[in-house]
Design a binder for this molecule. Structure first.
Ligand code: ASP
Length: 369
């Protein structure tokens, strides 16, 4: 189902409140296959309007502590990229969040491999690490890559060596809870791993179902966080342990600049969580920022990217019988004028927000019901 017909009907009260709070133009019909005429006439208008700038912080649904901490940092005058890294560090350190940092679910070999990226609006610099092991705060390492090297992305053993050179301590990131979940997964491994033969490629993806039957966690899971300072500067970060039980060395969208997060200091920031392969193949965060630059409100920009992903998902195992994606992706967007929004492919996505007065968790708008 295309967004245009589903959209108005699907708005719940919370969506409406979110929409109005974000100052979005709710009456504007969406025509996602092309630039809406309404957007064309208002293109760039938000840049000329009086700015209701930051501080504002947006994060994924697991980011309540992150937005709170990042806002404290912003209010103390911190740079937005330092603020978001301080925020996500709390979640990386939390063994209860099995999607990020310490306590994250491991790869197929039982090793926790982490990915993270950061981007700083004013300098338009980015830094990232991928498949880094034994370092619980990859977002902080990504920040060092950005600030202390001429590179953007360092992976694997090189990333670990770089982190150690900068004084990060190696430690075992596999908690007992994560190890037990992985062991159960491994003991029950059959054809439901990530290695596909040509036939399986065409079948339904049964991994989530298998995990549910076993009663163990299996997920895509990540924290994205973006901030707008009161000076109007933007910073963003995405950090993750990635897809559970992934093939060793698999890298998702989170450390890929333009996929898992992107910042244009003239426009705003965007980020993604969920099926990283889909986000990489759509340049999801970059695309979302471009949609905002073209005049779309943040939430509409997220929805347009998700529609693009849906339109370009061809593999049968990733589609429902109705031909819609069977996986979730949630997009988050924060515009330079302080407006924000989030949307998800399927119901269930959520995001957190701090507008300078309170931190709250809100429902992302689903593209498909
Ligand atoms: N996007 C992450 C990845 O694919 C996982 C997630 O956000 O759930 O590695």
């Amino acid at each position: 189902m295309r967004l245009g017909c589903r959209y108005a009907l699907a708005m719940s009260d919370i969506d409406r409140r979110t929409f109005l709070a974000a100052g979005a133009t709710a009456a504007v019909p969406l025509m996602l296959k092309s630039t809406p005429a309404s957007a064309a006439t208002t293109r760039g208008d938000w840049r000329r309007e009086a700015r209701r700038a930051g501080p504002v912080v947006i994060s994924s649904g697991n980011g309540l502590p992150a937005v709170t901490r990042a806002m404290e940092e912003l209010q103390r005058g911190a740079d937005p990229v330092d603020a978001v890294v301080a925020g996500v560090t709390l979640v990386e350190d939390d063994p209860g969040d099995m999607s990020v940092g310490y306590g994250g679910l491991p790869n197929e070999a039982g090793v926790v491999q982490l990915d993270a990226s950061v981007m700083h609006g004013p300098s338009h610099k980015a830094g990232a690490v991928a498949a880094i092991e034994n370092i619980r705060n990859p977002a902080q390492v990504a920040l060092r890559v950005m600030r202390r090297t001429d590179h953007v992305l360092i992976v694997g053993a090189g990333a670990l060596a770089f982190a150690k050179a900068h004084g990060f301590k190696e430690e075992n990131l596999l908690t007992e809870r994560a190890r037990e979940a992985w062991l159960k997964w491994k003991e029950n491994l059959n054809t439901d791993d990530d290695w596909l033969n040509e036939e399986q490629h065409l079948e339904r993806d049964a991994r989530a179902e298998m995990a549910e039957q076993l009663g163990i966690p299996w997920h895509y899971g990540t924290i994205h966080c973006a901030a707008l300072s009161s000076a109007g500067d933007v910073g963003a970060c995405t950090t993750t342990s990635g897809l559970s039980y992934k093939i060793p060395g698999r890298v998702g969208d989170s450390p890929i600049v333009g996929a898992g997060m992107f910042v244009d200091n003239e426009v705003g920031a965007a980020g993604a969580t969920g099926r990283g392969e889909a986000v990489i193949q759509s340049c999801g965060a970059f695309q979302t920022v471009q949609h905002m630059a073209a005049g779309l409100e943040p939430r509409e920009a997220c929805l347009k990217t998700l529609q693009w992903i849906a339109d370009h998902t061809k593999r049968r195992s990733l589609l429902t019988g109705a031909g819609r994606p069977n996986f979730n992706v949630t997009m988050y967007a924060l515009r330079k004028d302080g407006k924000w929004g989030s949307a998800c492919m399927l119901p269930g996505g959520s995001f957190t927000l701090h507008d300078g007065t309170e931190a709250k968790r809100l429902r992302s708008t689903p593209l498909f019901e």
